[in-house]
Design a protein around this ligand. Structure first.
Ligand SMILES: Cc1cc2nc3c(=O)[nH]c(=O)nc-3n(C[C@H](O)[C@H](O)[C@H](O)COP(=O)(O)OP(=O)(O)OC[C@H]3O[C@@H](n4cnc5c(N)ncnc54)[C@H](O)[C@@H]3O)c2cc1C
Length: 399
């Protein structure tokens, strides 16, 4: 292999590029990204950047100079992939031939119908906010001043982090969530309720069981016709994998790029990060993970397998994520979704200091900690990694 091409210049793409070099690959590496910036980190966007604590430069992961030996092509999206002739087409008309390709194009925010003029640039008056890019974060940050009112549509982790920062800045926050208990599908009802309570204590007007059908100039409209006014609206209702450019490529696309356990989507084509739906043999199920650590680890795994197609290694991680809200640090290992049972294994929900363990069948599949030292929750990682049985791993304490 002499020509490695990586599409998507963020956490997963960067990890893939750097791994190729670290593993001794000496051919060319081209990293294509549609954003005009050097690769940068997203988690601080809804935390330190939004709070105005970090200048935007601080999220940069590498400068172009630090990426010496990697040809960066920024500000130009890839628009098509031809897997037969092994070329990628860019919007500016360039065709890039490759011997090995890593797809790391991530996801974009899901949007709601909007009755206000949406210029598509995110700058029109009344245009609802989303939060995925540095520009999104700076635009929202400029609006979060004391006394203003923000509606957050969706009480998932992203919406919850923004609500927490906005409250800290003295912004009035109304958070609207269709589910009866936010995050119940992801972390279970009891844990979802605990996380939710923290928002109410900090003055967020959280309304559950409420569906927003449309954003409008100066607010939102609910399914029952009610209108709620606000200075700004953030829509945080999940994301859509960036796979449109792969239409007609012959790859299997099913809410992400479908890959095998080696992150391979086709001969010489791998996918990594938020866009990849791969088979995780540790859990025996396909998954697509939208978390920072997984993006880097999968970028590395895809690059290694690209270099060793005859001796590939399965990518079988214990997924990890964290979220910061107020003084709460949430950390989780494993595959929490589709669990059969949640039990408090340490601490207490009432004190908001606990570790919750997740069961699927007779196996421990996940653990989530709030307010616990990192070491305490990390111990659970090992039990999940060795597929520990539920009864062996969990000694529930009373909540
Ligand atoms: C505000 C925010 C807060 C977060 N907080 C946390 C957190 O606390 N903990 C955690 O674990 N995770 C968090 N995440 C998730 C984490 O940031 C992502 O999992 C990670 O960024 C995924 O990296 P990626 O490289 O797979 O995709 P992305 O970071 O989405 O990067 C994909 C890149 O490809 C580009 N691209 C798309 N299409 C094309 C194309 N056709 N051609 C060229 N380029 C293209 C995109 O514009 C983007 O630059 C957060 C995410 C956001 C947005």
């Amino acid at each position: 292999m002499n020509r490695a091409l990586i599409v998507g210049a963020s956490a997963a793409g960067l990890a893939a590029a750097e791994t190729l070099r670290r593993e001794g690959y000496e051919g060319t590496i081209t990293l294509v990204g549609d954003e005009p910036y050097d690769p940068y980190d997203r988690p601080p966007l809804s935390k330190q950047v939004l709070a105005g604590e970090w200048p935007p430069e601080r999220v940069r992961l590498r400068t172009s100079e630090e990426l010496g030996g990697v040809e960066l092509r920024l500000g130009t999206p890839a628009t098509a992939l031809d897997t037969i002739n092994r070329v990628v087409l860019l919007r500016d008309g360039t065709t890039l031939p490759y011997d090995g390709l890593v797809i790391a194009t991530g996801v974009r925010p899901r949007r709601l119908a909007s009755a206000s003029a949406d210029t598509g640039t995110g700058t029109g008056t009344g245009t609802p906010h989303v939060l995925r890019t540095l520009d999104d974060a700076l635009r929202l940050q400029a609006r979060l001043t004391r006394g203003r009112r923000l509606i957050v549509v969706g009480a998932g982790f992203l919406g919850a982090e923004v609500a927490a920062v906005a409250r800290k800045l003295g912004v009035e926050v109304i958070m609207l969530e269709p589910a009866a208990v936010p995050l119940a599908h992801a972390v279970g009802e009891d844990v979802g309720r605990v996380l939710t309570e923290a928002h109410r204590e900090h003055g967020v007007d959280l309304r559950c069981g409420v569906s927003v059908t449309e954003t409008r100039e100066g607010g939102v409209r609910l399914a029952d016709g009610t209108e709620i006014e606000a200075d700004d609206v953030l829509v945080a209702i999940g994301s859509v994998p960036n796979t449109e450019w792969l239409a007609g490529s012959g790859l299997t696309l099913d809410s992400g790029v479908v890959c095998d356990e080696y992150c391979a989507a086709a001969p010489g084509v791998y996918a990594a990060g938020d866009v990849a739906r791969w088979h995780n043999p540790l859990f025996g199920t396909p998954m697509r993970i939208e978390h920072r650590t997984n993006a880097a680890e999968q970028g590395m795994a895809a690059a290694r397998n690209l270099l060793s197609p005859d001796a590939p290694k399965p990518f079988a991680p214990v997924p990890y994520f964290w979220s910061d809200q107020y003084d709460m640090k949430v950390q989780a290992f494993g595959h929490l979704r589709e669990h059969d049972e949640v039990a408090v294994a340490d601490g207490s929900l009432a004190d908001r200091r606990f570790i919750a363990a997740y069961r699927k069948g007779n196996r421990l599949v996940g653990a989530l900690g709030v307010g616990m030292p990192p070491k305490a929750i990390r111990q659970w990682r090992q039990s999940i990694a060795v597929s520990a049985g539920w009864d062996d791993a969990v000694r529930p304490s009373s909540a």
